[in-house]
Design a protein around this ligand. Structure first.
Ligand SMILES: Nc1ncnc2c1ncn2[C@@H]1O[C@H](COP(=O)(O)OP(=O)(O)OP(=O)(O)O)[C@@H](O)[C@H]1O
Length: 846
C-alpha cells in the first residue's frame, strides 16, 4: 500500500517553506493554464479557417471543412472549462536505470540508476505533475501527465517498501486556477534529496488522511489524488478477462470500479466505443456515484444503471418482501416463465398484453376472465372460446386500429382466444375444432424458439390443416396443378382480413408485461408452476403481481424487471428495422492530447444518453455489489455482456441474497469460460476503527471466520448506544421510537458537518421519512436494503434486531447498515433488541 505505509515526515516545515512550495506549484499551474489558453486559440483559429474553406464550395473542400470543424469543435469544448483539482499530484524521481523516455516525455524506467543514491544523498532527476488530463508544452515536454498514463503509475504504486524511483509524492489541492495547499509523503525518508541544490521538504499530514477526513455530501468524490497501491492494481489490470474484486465495506470497491472505467476508456477508446455498463444495485447508489466519471473527464461511453432500470421502458419503484424476492430471483423462474409464456397464448385474448406498434410496449385489455365466451367472426370465420379469458371490449378497436371480434354477451367480461375456426372454400365450409387447433398449437410450440416468432409457423400449420380437410389434395392428382391450387388457396385465405384477425386473437403477439400480468391469476399460475413452486409460493407470487393491471402496467419491483428481461428472450422481440448506432466523435480520440471539459460532456449529454439507451450489448460490464445479484439478475446482466470483458466487485459478507450457491452458479454462467483474475482489497477507508470493530461483532455472527478489513484510521469516538424508553402499549412504544429516532438524528446533525443516514427496517422506511421530515436535507431516512453502497458522516441504526429479523440474510444486511458511517455511529435499541445496562443490544455484545 502506498500512503498508509508511507513514512510521513511530520510537518516541521515552517509556514514560509509551505508558502514557498505552494507558490512554486502555483507557478506551474499558471504555466499549464497559459498553455491551455494557447490550445484554445489554436482550436478557435482552426474553426475560423474551416468556415472559410466552406466558402470555396467544392465537395472536397466542404468535407475537409466538416472534418476540421468537428476536430476543432471537440478541442474547444474540451478546453473551455476549468477543473477543480485539474492538477492534483506531483512525483519527484531519481534518475532511471536506462535513461529512456516514453511517448509522454517521461523516463520509463521504474528502478533507479545504479549510483542514484550515494551516502544517503540523491539528486532529483525528474519531476512529473499528474492531472486529470495530459497537457504537452509547445516543445512537447509534459506539463501534466494524465493520471491514467503509464508514467503516472508510480504516483499510485510507490510505497516506502518498494519506492522505485519515487522520493516524494505530493498531492496538490487547488480550486480553479488557485493552488490551496500541498500534502507530501516521503517514500525514501532515509535519503536526503535535493532538487536544484535545495533540500526537498515534506509538507502536511499526508494526502490520504486529508481526503478521508473531509465531510461527506450526497455525492461521491473521485479518489484520483489518493488511489492506493492495491487499488491501483485493480484499476490498471488488463481488461482481457474477468477481474473479480472482493473486499469488505469501505475498501473502495465502488471507487475502484468507477476509476477503472475511466482508465479503460483512456487505454483503448476505440475498443470501448461499444460502451461500458456499470450495474448498481439501487437508484440511490447510481445518483450517489454518477458524478465521479464526469469529474474524471469521462462520461459519454459509460452507462451507469440500477438493476431495476436495465430494461428500457421499465423502472422499478416497488419492493417485494424477502420471501417474494426469493421466489422471483430464483433460477426456477426460468422454467416457470417458459410455461407461462406458452400458457398465456391459450388464455390471452387479442390485445391482452399485446404490443402496441407505437412504443413496442404493452397495451391491452383488463385481467383475463376465467369464463368462456362465444366469439363470432363474421361471415367466413367463426371461433369460440372454451377456456377463455379476456378479450377486448365488444366493438372496440384494438391497438392496431382494426376492428375487433365481438362478444355477443354484453353482460360478460370480454373474452377469449378463439378456439374454433371456420372458413368457406371450394363452395363449402371447412372447420378446425378446438381440439385440432390445440394440437396445431402444440406442434407449433415444439422446441425452444421464441413464442412470438413462431406465429408464421403456426399460420402455415393451420393452412396445411385446412387444405387437408378440404380434400382438395385428393382431387388434384397432377402435382403441379395441385401446387398451384394450393398456392391460390393459401393466398385467398391467408390474406383475408378476418383470417388475420383470427390469427391475432389465436396467436397474439405477447408482451413480457402481459405474461407477467397473466401470472397474477393464482389458479392459472398454479397450473404453470406445477413441480416448480409449492402452493404457498404460488400464492405469494400471484399476490405480488396483482400490483399490475391486465396489460402489466403498474409498479414493478427490481425483481420483476429481471423477469421482464427473461420474458423478452422467451417471447422474442418483434421484428424492428435495425437502427445503426450513431458515431461518437470521442471514438476517434486517443492519447495524451485528449482533453475534455465539463461543457463538452454536458453539451453532448442528450445524444450520449441515446447512445447508451440503444445498447443492449456492451464492450465491458462492471458489476458493483455483485454479491446481491440474484440468479435471474445475473442472467439479465449476462445478456448485456455476451461479448464483453468484465469487472465484478463485491463482498459476500454484505450479501442480502439468501442462496449464495445458486447465485454463484448463475454468475459463473454469465461470466462464461473467460479467464479470471482475482483481487482482494484489505483496507477500510470509510469507517474509523471504533465503528469497524463494532461491525465486526455482527460479521462474526453473520459469517463466522470471515475477516474484516483493517480500518485505516481511528477517531477516538466510540459508537453511542441509545435506548427507546419503555412505554405501555404498542402505540405508545411506536411514538416513543419515533421521538427517540428524531432526537438521536438531531444530535448527530449537531455533531457532524455533513450528512446523517438513518437506517431502519425496510417496512419502516416511509414512516421514518415522515418522522425526519422536519430535520432538513442533511439527514436521509433509508430502508436497510437502500443503504447498500452509500455512506454518511454519521449513521443512526434503528433497532438492529428488526433489521436482522427481516430476512434469512438479515444479519448481513445489518452488517451493511453498521458500516455506513465515516465518523460517528449511534445504535438505537428498542425492547426486542434486549439492550443491556449500557444500552448495547444483544446482537452487538462482545
Ligand atoms: N484511496 C482512497 N483515497 C481516498 N478515499 C478513498 C480511497 N479509497 C476509498 N476511499 C473512500 O472510502 C469510501 C468507501 O469507498 P467505496 O464506497 O468505494 O467502498 P466500497 O468497498 O464500495 O464499500 P461498500 O462495500 O461498503 O459499498 C469512499 O468515501 C471513498 O471515496
Amino acid at each position: 500500500m502506498a500512503a498508509q505505509n508511507a513514512t510521513h515526515a511530520p510537518d516541521h516545515a515552517s509556514d514560509s517553506v509551505r508558502d514557498r512550495e505552494i507558490e512554486s506549484e502555483q507557478t506551474h499551474l499558471d504555466r499549464v493554464y497559459r498553455r491551455l489558453e494557447e490550445k484554445i486559440h489554436e482550436a478557435e483559429f482552426l474553426m475560423d479557417d474551416a468556415a472559410k474553406r466552406g466558402l470555396v464550395g467544392t465537395p472536397g473542400a466542404l468535407a475537409e471543412r466538416d472534418a476540421q470543424v468537428f476536430q476543432a469543435g471537440v478541442h474547444l469544448h474540451r478546453l473551455n472549462s476549468e477543473y477543480e483539482d485539474f492538477l492534483f499530484g506531483r512525483i519527484d524521481l531519481l534518475l532511471g536505470k536506462d535513461g529512456k523516455k516514453g511517448p509522454d516525455g517521461a523516463y520509463t524506467s521504474v528502478e533507479p540508476a545504479d549510483g542514484a543514491i550515494e551516502d544517503g544523498r540523491a539528486e532529483i532527476a525528474e519531476t512529473l505533475h499528474i492531472g486529470r488530463l495530459g497537457v504537452l508544452d509547445a516543445d512537447y515536454s509534459p506539463l501534466v501527465i494524465d493520471w491514467r498514463a503509464p508514467a503516472a503509475a508510480p504516483f499510485y504504486r510507490a510505497t516506502p517498501v518498494s519506492p522505485g524511483r519515487v522520493v516524494r509524492r505530493r498531492v496538490i489541492r487547488s480550486k480553479g486556477r488557485k493552488v490551496l495547499g500541498v500534502e507530501d509523503d516521503l517514500m525514501r525518508p532515509e535519503v536526503t534529496a535535493t532538487l536544484d541544490g535545495e533540500e526537498l521538504p515534506a509538507i502536511g499530514d499526508g494526502a490520504l488522511m486529508a481526503a478521508l477526513g473531509r465531510a461527506r455530501s450526497h455525492t461521491m468524490r473521485d479518489i484520483v489524488a489518493s488511489i492506493q497501491a492495491e487499488q491501483d492494481l485493480v484499476i490498471r489490470a488488463p481488461a482481457a478477462s474477468v477481474a473479480e474484486v472482493e473486499g469488505g465495506p469501505g475498501t473502495g470497491k465502488t471507487a475502484v470500479a468507477l476509476h477503472r472505467a475511466a482508465y479503460l476508456l483512456y487505454q483503448d477508446r476505440r475498443r470501448y466505443a461499444g460502451g461500458i455498463l456499470i450495474v448498481s444495485p439501487t437508484p440511490l447508489l447510481v445518483s450517489y456515484t454518477e458524478g465521479v466519471l464526469p469529474s474524471l473527464g469521462e462520461e459519454g461511453q459509460v452507462a451507469i444503471r440500477a438493476l431495476g432500470s436495465l430494461v428500457d421502458g421499465a423502472e422499478a419503484t416497488a419492493y417485494d418482501p424477502p420471501a417474494v424476492s426469493r421466489i422471483k430471483g430464483s433460477s426456477r423462474m426460468q422454467k416457470l416463465l417458459r410455461k407461462a409464456a406458452r400458457g398465456s397464448l391459450e388464455t390471452a385474448a387479442p390485445g391482452a398484453g399485446a404490443r402496441s406498434p407505437e412504443d413496442g410496449r404493452s397495451a391491452g385489455a383488463g385481467a383475463p376472465a376465467e369464463e368462456a365466451a362465444q366469439l363470432s367472426l363474421e361471415d367466413l370465420f367463426a371461433a369460440a372460446g372454451d377456456d377463455a379469458p379476456a378479450a377486448p371490449a365488444a366493438g372496440t378497436e384494438d391497438g392496431r386500429g382494426r376492428r375487433r371480434v365481438r362478444s355477443p354477451r354484453a353482460d360478460q367480461e370480454p373474452a377469449a382466444a378463439p378456439a374454433r375456426l371456420r372458413v368457406v372454400a371450394f363452395g363449402g365450409r371447412i372447420e378446425l375444432e378446438a381440439e385440432e387447433l390445440r394440437g396445431i398449437r402444440h406442434v407449433a410450440l415444439g422446441g425452444t424458439a421464441p413464442v412470438n416468432l413462431l406465429r408464421p409457423r403456426a399460420r402455415r400449420l393451420i393452412l396445411d390443416a385446412l387444405w387437408t380437410k378440404s380434400g382438395a389434395a385428393r382431387r388434384y392428382t397432377d402435382p403441379e396443378l395441385a401446387a398451384e391450387v394450393r398456392q391460390g388457396f393459401d393466398e385467398d385465405i391467408g390474406t383475408e382480413p378476418d383470417f388475420q384477425e383470427f390469427l391475432d386473437a389465436w396467436w397474439p403477439e405477447l408482451t413480457p408485461r402481459g405474461v407477467l400480468a397473466a401470472m397474477a391469476d393464482e389458479r392459472r399460475l398454479g397450473r404453470w408452476a406445477r413441480r416448480v413452486l409449492n402452493p404457498r409460493e404460488v400464492r405469494q407470487l400471484a399476490r405480488s403481481l396483482r400490483r399490475l393491471d391486465g396489460a402489466g402496467q403498474g409498479p414493478l419491483s427490481v425483481h420483476d424487471v429481471a423477469l421482464l428481461d427473461e420474458l423478452e428472450l422467451i417471447l422474442g422481440a418483434p421484428m424492428r428495422p435495425a437502427r445503426q448506432r450513431e458515431a461518437d466523435p470521442l471514438d476517434h480520440l486517443t492519447g495524451l492530447e485528449e482533453l475534455s471539459t465539463f461543457a463538452d460532456r454536458t453539451a453532448g449529454r442528450g445524444r450520449r444518453e441515446r447512445l447508451a439507451e440503444e445498447r443492449t450489448d456492451y464492450a465491458h460490464v462492471i458489476v458493483d455489489e455483485a454479491q446481491d445479484l440474484t440468479p435471474m439478475q445475473w442472467r439479465m446482466v449476462g445478456r448485456r455482456g455476451r461479448h464483453a470483458t468484465w469487472t465484478v466487485v463485491g463482498d459476500p459478507a454484505q450479501s442480502s441474497w439468501s442462496d449464495p450457491d445458486e447465485a454463484a452458479l448463475a454468475r459463473d454462467e454469465a461470466l462464461g469460460t473467460r479467464p479470471r483474475r482475482r483481487f482482494t482489497l484489505t483496507v477500510n477507508y470509510r469507517n474509523p476503527a471504533e465503528i469497524a470493530e463494532l461491525a465486526a461483532r455482527v460479521l462474526a455472527l453473520a459469517m463466522p471466520g470471515m475477516e474484516s478489513p483493517r480500518a485505516v484510521r481511528a477517531t477516538g469516538l466510540e459508537p453511542r448506544f441509545a435506548v427507546v424508553a419503555d412505554a405501555g402499549g404498542r402505540a405508545a412504544a411506536e411514538a416513543e421510537l419515533a421521538r427517540a429516532t428524531v432526537e438521536e438524528a438531531g444530535r448527530l446533525l449537531g455533531e457532524v458537518d455533513g450528512t446523517v443516514g438513518v437506517v431502519v427496517a425496510m417496512n419502516r422506511r416511509e414512516q421514518a421519512r415522515d418522522w425526519l421530515a422536519g430535520l432538513g436535507d442533511r439527514v436521509v431516512a433509508l430502508g436497510s436494503l437502500e443503504a447498500k453502497g452509500l455512506e454518511y458522516d454519521a449513521t443512526l441504526v434503528v433497532s438492529p434486531a428488526e433489521i436482522a429479523d427481516e430476512s434469512p440474510a438479515g444479519l448481513r444486511v445489518l452488517y451493511v447498515a453498521l458500516t455506513r458511517a465515516t465518523q460517528q455511529l449511534t445504535v438505537l435499541s428498542a425492547g426486542r433488541d434486549e439492550p443491556d445496562a449500557q444500552g448495547v443490544p444483544d446482537l452487538l455484545r462482545d
